[in-house]
Every structure is written in C-alpha cells, then in structure tokens.
Design a binder for this molecule. Structure first.
Ligand SMILES: Nc1ncnc2c1ncn2[C@@H]1O[C@H](COP(=O)(O)OP(=O)(O)O)[C@@H](O)[C@H]1O
Ligand SMILES: O=c1ccn([C@@H]2O[C@H](COP(=O)(O)OP(=O)(O)O)[C@@H](O)[C@H]2O)c(=O)[nH]1
Length: 239
C-alpha cells in the first residue's frame, strides 16, 4: 500500500542520534536515521525534520545547575543546531538533497528559517532540517515540531522515539502499561501521558494536526509506518 502523505514533519530526538550513549552523536545511529529519511524522501514524500538536542544540552538541566534559564535554553537551542548540521549532512551523504535552517539568525551557519523559504526548498526536493527549536526559551523541540508542521502545511507529525507509541503510563517505568493504537488529543492531555509535552499536544489539537508516535528502531522503518505497517500510536481528533 502506498503512503497517502504528500508532506510530513519528522521529529527526531537528540538522544536518537546518541545511540547507546547519553551524550554526543554516534555515527552509525546518525547514518541509520539518515537512511530512513532518505528512503522516505526517495519515495516522493516531502520531508521536513525538527531535531532535538537532549544528547548535547537540556536547558532544564543547566538551570538546575545554576545557569539562568534563558541562557541555558539558548545553549540547548545551539545544541539542536549542531544536530541539524550533522543530520542534514548525513542525509546528503545518502544521496538525497538536504538543507539545514536555523530558527536563530546565524548566516554563516545556515539559512534563517522562514516558512516561505522552507516550503520552497521542500518543493524543490530538499529534505529540510530545522534546528534551533522555536527560537524561544521555555519551549521544546516537540512544540517546535508541531508548530513547524502547521506552518509548513504538513499532513502529519511523526515523532520517532525510543518507545513504540503512547502508553497508559511510562512503559520504561511501568511494565503493566498498555499501548494505545489511537487516542484523542484531550485524552493524552488530561491523562498527562508524557511522550510529548502538553504545549505540543494542545497546538496540534487546535490545528487538527495528527501525530504518529513510533520507535525509530521499528523494523518497518519510517516508510513502513507511513504505509500503516508496524507499531505506532496515532494521536488525533477522536473518532
Ligand atoms: N505514557 C507514555 N507513553 C509513552 N512514553 C512515555 C509515556 N510517559 C513517558 N514516556 C517516556 O517518553 C519518552 C519519549 O519521549 P522523548 O521526547 O523521545 O524522550 P526524552 O524527552 O527523554 O528525550 C520515552 O522514552 C518514554 O520513556
Ligand atoms: O523551542 C525550543 C526548543 C528547544 N529549546 C532548548 O533546547 C533543548 C533541547 O531540546 P529538547 O529538550 O526538546 O530536545 P530532545 O528532548 O528532543 O532531544 C531544550 O532542553 C531547551 O533548553 C528551547 O529553548 N526552545
């Protein structure tokens, strides 16, 4: 079955690039993620990526150590930019055109994100890799993913992570937790299911933007998930 999606936004967490380590970028994991993205792009789907930075620096952790939160979040956003450059380059090495954009102005590093320029790049066949989150402190790259998906008129947000969907409780802590195959926005928010933050789910709800949560090591891969194969959870309007 072919995918019905024309343009998708994939959120890749920073930790996915660190593999078994908690810090930095592990080349085999970077290449594996880049290959999944390149395969999907080659199938004709336009792909925008928002990349996290948890493998480099989290603002909350910096603030807990005494750095002021705004400075710590700027450091976190710079971390996401390092990942964006690495991932965009890895996608190019897979033989697919890719262009990084930055939410913050840093002209010698990457073009500054505008929806207009990013959409044009998508239409020209580039995979766009968006670093710098929303460009504002106190936000996360999950919220950035939802925001950019809405701005770029994507059909869906894919959240590639370490678990294969949204569970009734954190599956890493509670082995009794059960996975939903689909769930409504209000239910994830009221049950406080933490696979993405509330701001991201609320933004998605208000724009009716569906979110698919799946494991980055899912054997069906991103292309399979987009064709409805493998394990995942779809968060959307209740049916
Ligand atoms: N109800 C839940 N369903 C699924 N995962 C959950 C839930 N509650 C907490 N989690 C945790 O959320 C994590 C996925 O979010 P992600 O943003 O990729 O990780 P992190 O925020 O640690 O970088 C999973 O590793 C999982 O342990
Ligand atoms: O819009 C944003 C997105 C990210 N960040 C900072 O960047 C860090 C890394 O992003 P995130 O924690 O979302 O990365 P992930 O968990 O996806 O690897 C965060 O902790 C924040 O400090 C921010 O300030 N504003």
């Amino acid at each position: 079955m072919a995918s019905s999606y024309k343009r998708i936004l994939l959120k890749v967490s920073g930790e996915a690039l660190a593999g078994d380590n908690s810090f930095g970028i592990e080349p085999p994991f970077l290449q594996a993620v880049a290959k999944q993205i390149a395969d999907t792009a080659r199938s004709g789907i336009q792909v925008a990526i928002v990349v996290g930075g948890g493998n480099i620096f989290r603002g909350m952790a910096g603030a807990a150590d005494g750095t002021d939160r705004v400075t710590a979040d700027l450091m976190g956003m710079l971390g996401t930019m390092i990942n964006a450059l690495a991932l965009s380059n890895a996608i190019t090495r897979q033989g697919v055109k890719s262009k990084p954009f930055s939410a913050a102005t840093m002209p010698s590093v990457a073009d500054t994100f505008t929806a207009r320029d990013a959409k044009q790049a998508l239409e020209e066949g580039f995979v766009v890799v968006l670093g710098g989150g929303t460009g504002n402190p106190f936000f996360t790259t999950d919220t950035a993913a939802t925001l950019r998906a809405i701005e770029l008129e994507c059909d869906v947000v894919l959240k590639g992570t370490k678990v294969d969907g949204v569970y009734s409780d954190d599956p890493k802590k509670n082995p009794e937790a059960v996975r939903y195959s689909q769930i409504g926005y209000d239910e994830v928010i009221t049950r406080n299911l933490k696979v993405m933050d509330t701001a991201a789910f609320a933004l998605a709800r208000d724009s009716h933007m569906p979110i698919i949560v799946y494991a980055l090591d899912e054997p069906a891969g991103l292309s399979g998930i987009l064709e409805g194969k493998g394990l995942s959870t779809r968060v959307g309007d209740p049916i």
